[in-house]
Write a protein that binds this ligand. Structure first.
Ligand SMILES: *[C@@H]1O[C@H](CO)[C@@H](O)[C@H](O)[C@H]1NC(C)=O
Ligand SMILES: *[C@@H]1O[C@H](CO)[C@@H](O)[C@H](O)[C@H]1NC(C)=O
Ligand SMILES: *[C@@H]1O[C@H](CO)[C@@H](O)[C@H](O)[C@H]1NC(C)=O
Ligand SMILES: *[C@@H]1O[C@H](CO)[C@@H](O)[C@H](O)[C@H]1NC(C)=O
Ligand SMILES: *[C@@H]1O[C@H](CO)[C@@H](O)[C@H](O)[C@H]1NC(C)=O
Ligand SMILES: *[C@@H]1O[C@H](CO)[C@@H](O)[C@H](O)[C@H]1NC(C)=O
Length: 385
């Protein structure tokens, strides 16, 4: 009975744990109106399909829809999507195959003056950059079917100070047909049920000597509750030096949709211990949709009745490595469905533990054997007779 219920909660509806998926990337063209960036990633397993939609329409946003059939399709009605009432402009068919849906919207980039001692960390905020007022490259040109990746690169449309004259903010999206681990730190373990996003800020002139940056992220889901934020401790830091934690957002009880990241960002392209910066997540709070820059893609799928929650991710601290070193900052996360990937102890760490625990263990064993088998010693105490 227990085993049965365990099995039930581990694999509801056959939606999860697909070992491999057929992944295809397609930019959906707007044939009638102005061209727009709308990327559809379709990851098909034996009994399920994950649809990811990435778009720079409005604020950059990612939509995840999981269905329990390998035959579900995404349909876009451009005239509705681009209208003032986008609801219904983006649908997944058949509708009753949809098991889960959620979205992330990247709304604003904040910059703080961390040297301002009068304010508490991260410091005094400069006026934020609204990502809905960025112009983005053509995602078609960056599509790479070999790595299943695509890149959105943008800079503010209106840039009076020229801060982004040589700079850009980049969202690189990558899907996976099977599990593995990328070369780039923090080397997040991915599965076929996940998609990775790497956010990079490069070359933009900071407005202070010690500027910290933060990214505001809004979440949308089916339930009115905010996703829960969880911090998982890990004793293995082989893949992300000195980071013993994995943070995740869960939209429901496990398995559900999730976002997962290591609380670390890097101030250099060759991310390593010397360029690792802390990445701090603020708590999530429900937010009124009208306070946030809109994403037509999210409204097109979820309708106007949205349950938005929002939080900030702050990168770096006033001391240690920072964006100011090389005008570079990168951070990665996974968006996926099912049980978030869990790092098991790596062979290196197991080896170290075996050696560390093994040496004293061997000595104890040797000592024990000596006591048991060694020369018999007579008690110093003689019975008083
Ligand atoms: C997929 O569906 C088939 C037939 O319905 C079933 O035999 C199989 O166990 C399912 N696979 C998974 C991974 O759920
Ligand atoms: C991107 O380029 C393709 C052709 O290479 C073009 O058809 C499409 O409209 C362009 N999209 C955008 C958003 O400019
Ligand atoms: C797309 O939306 C428009 C406006 O809401 C509607 O008139 C049209 O019939 C829709 N097109 C399709 C193919 O559903
Ligand atoms: C942009 O780069 C050019 C050439 O490298 C340099 O001359 C210019 O000062 C830079 N502008 C900013 C705002 O950093
Ligand atoms: C930045 O540092 C320079 C020299 O280290 C200093 O002259 C300047 O006032 C500083 N600027 C700000 C905005 O703190
Ligand atoms: C993120 O930080 C900025 C600047 O401190 C603040 O204005 C904004 O309300 C924060 N957003 C969230 C969702 O906490």
């Amino acid at each position: 009975m227990l085993l049965f219920s365990l099995l039930l909660c581990v694999a509801p509806l056959g939606l999860l744990g697909e070992e491999t998926r057929q992944v295809s990337l397609e930019v959906i063209p707007n044939l009638l109106g102005p061209p727009q960036n709308l990327l559809h990633i379709r990851a098909v397993g034996t009994n399920s399909t994950l649809h990811y939609v990435w778009s720079s329409l409005g604020s950059p946003a990612a939509l995840l829809v999981a269905t329990n059939t390998p035959h579900s399709e995404l349909s876009v009605n451009w005239s509705r999507l681009l209208s003032a009432e986008p609801a219904g402009g983006l649908t997944v068919f058949p509708e009753d195959s949809i098991q889960f849906s959620s979205a992330l919207v990247f709304t604003r980039l904040f910059e703080f003056d961390s040297t301002d001692a009068a304010t508490k960390p991260p410091g005094k905020p400069y006026p934020p950059y609204s990502l809905s007022k960025f112009s983005w490259n053509n995602i078609t040109d960056s599509l790479d079917p070999a790595t299943l990746s695509a890149t959105l690169q943008g800079h503010p449309t209106d840039d009076p100070t020229g801060a982004f004259a040589n700079g850009s903010l980049t969202f690189r999206v990558q899907a996976f047909s099977k599990s593995g681990r990328p070369e780039q730190p923090p080397r997040l373990l991915h599965s076929a049920d996940t998609c990775q996003l790497e956010v990079t800020l490069t070359g933009a002139s900071p407005r202070g000597n010690h500027s910290l940056f933060a990214l505001e992220v809004a979440t949308v889901g089916q339930s009115p509750d905010c996703p829960t934020m969880e911090k998982q401790h890990s004793i293995d830091d082989e893949y992300a030096p000195a980071v013993f934690e994995v943070d995740q957002l869960l939209w429901g009880s496990l398995p559900s949709g999730f976002v997962q990241w290591r609380p670390v960002a890097f101030s250099q392209k060759q991310g390593g211990r010397e360029s690792a910066m802390p990445c701090q997540a603020s708590p999530l709070y429900p937010t009124m949709a009208y306070l946030l820059p809109q994403s037509p893609v999210v409204r097109a799928f979820f309708g106007s009745r949205n349950n938005f929650c929002a939080f900030n991710l702050t990168f770096g601290a006033s001391t240690g490595p920072g964006y100011w070193d090389q005008y570079y900052l990168s951070w990665s996360m996974l968006l996926g469905m099912g049980t978030p990937p869990v790092d098991t102890l790596s062979p290196l760490v197991l080896g170290i533990m075996a050696v560390a625990l093994g040496a004293p263990g061997l000595m104890l064993l040797a000592g024990g054997l000596f006591l048991l088998l060694g020369p018999k010693r007579y008690s110093e105490y003689q019975p008083i007779n």
